[in-house]
Ligand binder design. Structure first.
Ligand SMILES: NC(=O)C1=CN([C@@H]2O[C@H](COP(=O)(O)OP(=O)(O)OC[C@H]3O[C@@H](n4cnc5c(N)ncnc54)[C@H](OP(=O)(O)O)[C@@H]3O)[C@@H](O)[C@H]2O)C=CC1
Ligand SMILES: O=C(O)[C@@H]1CCC=N1
Length: 271
């Protein structure tokens, strides 16, 4: 099995649905004429129609009836209601992918008719620039081919791995929410440079490129981050002064706690 000849649908074209549609279409994995999207909010549909050229509708069953794979990209709190409106149109020929934070496979499956193939995915917003970090987990009726299709779709917009479902809350706290921890870091680093006299535009470019470069080194060298940090940190140099301040403000504890607390919220959403 492969994605060849398949049509992809999105229910919910808000921030994450739109990021995925844009990323997947620019990656060329699906042509825009093979992508269907529906939402209640017409301006986001109009924007996708105009910018990406996908098929849009305010009726979710139009998306379902035209698609082989349907991504549910609505808020966890309304997932049940959305499923109730489409379940009779979803047979065993279709694969459902939920990206809702926290909501467990068993709870999603129990809202559909028996035997529905479901995969749960936690992507992130960087799908829009093909740099998402995603994890997928396979439902009880989904096949290995379904998992491979999901890995191919989310792999086209970044990195995608498969994890057991009990780790999806940790993934949500780490990479699902993670971009929002890093954007303030970029802004604050740039603020420091603006304080020192650099213009805002240059400061933001240098700050963002610094984060990108550090991430790329961590991924490509696979060296321990501590070892990479030591490569920058000259004895009695500039970097160790900055590191000391970050440690005084508890940077490691702050980031660890952010991931743990976000994972806890994901667990709450699943109750
Ligand atoms: N944002 C992110 O970075 C990430 C989000 N997620 C998950 O993705 C999902 C979507 O999040 P996000 O994109 O941020 O949320 P948004 O609120 O931006 O998008 C959800 C969209 O669904 C629409 N909607 C509401 N009711 C319906 C309905 N009955 N049928 C079709 N569409 C409907 C909303 O319209 P309206 O606004 O009019 O209600 C909105 O446009 C969530 O489950 C979230 O947990 C996962 C990973 C990362
Ligand atoms: O904040 C949220 O709940 C969603 C899920 C992961 C990222 N955004």
């Amino acid at each position: 099995m492969s994605l060849e000849g398949k049509k992809l649908g999105f229910i919910g074209t808000g921030k994450m649905g739109s990021a995925l549609i844009k990323g997947i279409c620019s990656a060329g994995l699906f042509s825009s004429s093979d992508v269907y999207a529906s939402d209640l909010y017409e301006p986001s549909l109009d924007e996708l129609k105009q910018d990406v050229g996908v098929n849009v509708s305010t009726d979710n069953t139009t998306t379902v009836n035209n698609s082989d794979i349907i991504v549910l990209a609505v808020k966890p709190q309304i997932l049940k209601k959305v499923i109730a409106g489409i379940k009779e149109d979803i047979g065993s020929d279709k694969l459902v992918i939920s990206i809702a934070a926290g909501v467990k496979l068993a709870d999603i499956e129990s809202e559909f008719n028996e035997g529905t193939r479901v995969i749960r995915v936690m992507p992130n917003i960087a799908a829009t620039v093909a740099e998402a970090a995603s994890a997928i987990t396979q439902g009880s009726n989904a096949s290995k081919d379904d998992a491979e299709d999901a890995l191919e779709i989310f792999g086209a917009v970044g990195s995608a791995i498969q994890v057991p479902e009990n780790l999806m809350d940790a993934v949500t706290g780490l990479s699902g929410s993670g971009p929002a921890y890093i954007f303030p870091v970029i802004e604050a680093m740039a603020d420091g440079a603006v304080y020192e006299g650099l213009d805002r535009k240059s400061a933001l470019v240098l700050a963002a490129q610094t984060v990108l470069g550090a991430a790329k080194m961590a991924l490509e060298t696979e060296a321990h981050p501590g070892e990479l940090k030591d490569m920058v940190t000259s004895p009695a140099g500039t970097t160790i002064r900055g590191i000391k301040v970050l440690e005084e403000y508890g940077i490691r504890s702050a980031f660890m706690q952010a991931v743990i607390e976000s994972s806890n919220r994901s667990k709450e959403l699943g109750k």
